[in-house]
Design a protein around this ligand. Sequence first.
Ligand code: HEC
Ligand code: HEC
Length: 269
Amino acid sequence: MPADDTSRRRRRRRRLLLLPVLAAAVLAALPWAGRALLWRWEDNPLLRGERLARKVGCLSCHRPEAGVEIPNPGSRWGTVPRFQAGNAMMYAESCADVEGFVRSGAPRAWLDDPEVRRRLASQRLRMPAYEGRLGDDEIADLVAYACAVEGLDLAGAGDPQVAAGRALARRHGCLSCHGVEGAGGRPNPGSLGGFIPGFAGRNFDDLVRDRAEFAEWIRHGTSRRLARNPLIRYFWQRQAIAMPPYGDALSDEEIDQLWAWVGAIRQRP
Ligand code: HEC
Ligand code: HEC
């Protein structure tokens, strides 16, 4: 038998051996390819601001989730205000005030008042000035986040339906998973995107088509439409955190209020 005939056969055998390996690789890559097609990163100022607040140390002093505030002897109210329902509202009345704190460690009016300056100099903890340390975009994200956490300048704030929905979301702990104002993006290992979807971004369009599907998620923690997709089921079985079924804990009227709140968030540019 000619020599190049044998080597050709050997090459063909090697190629045949490679086939199952290739097939296995393609199969293993399928979920990840599907994931890339199906999922979009959550990205918005609130989420960026929240991540930045952790990264640049804001949350070391301001503890949004903790029940206690850090003592701050010498300061006006004796503690560092905790974001969200702490004594923060004693300090900032507007997002412009919040920006003053972030840029200069205090709003202009404080810094112009010699008595306040004296108090600031004597208190144990001072709000650092981040101007120069962070870019304007980063400061804008931080201000958006801090404002939202503190309830300043919220979407649809004048509408009682929206306000009731927002209060329900706080009371039932929706925000602890779905983020401030439904900004999303909090970690969920093993899930399709690796994070919990929000209400503001485009993932919501895919996950919730209408009020009926919204109610289905809340009552049953799932969507019958999406459950038909094997790829989605694959990730659902592996994700660490699932949407809890609230059953009858929320009435139809309350779901309407949550829906109004989500609508207001989504109308924000
Ligand atoms: C070293 C602790 C410390 C760090 C770090 C810190 N702050 Fe502050 N912050 C304070 C103190 C203290 C006050 C209250 C003002 C005072 O008593 O001087 C304050 C006040 C504020 C206020 C006004 C009160 C309120 O809650 O509305 C905002 C807004 C604020 N900080 C945002 C931030 C942001 C955003 C960051 C991160 C970029 C940050 N802070 C980092 C200590 C800190
Ligand atoms: C323990 C964390 C957790 C809590 C609390 C929670 N959710 Fe969820 N929620 C999830 C997860 C995880 C998903 C993603 C589900 C999936 O893909 O399987 C989800 C999905 C959803 C969806 C689908 C669309 C989307 O973009 O998020 C809606 C709507 C929703 N939740 C509403 C709510 C509401 C309203 C509350 C409060 C009454 C709430 N959730 C409380 C974890 C939570």
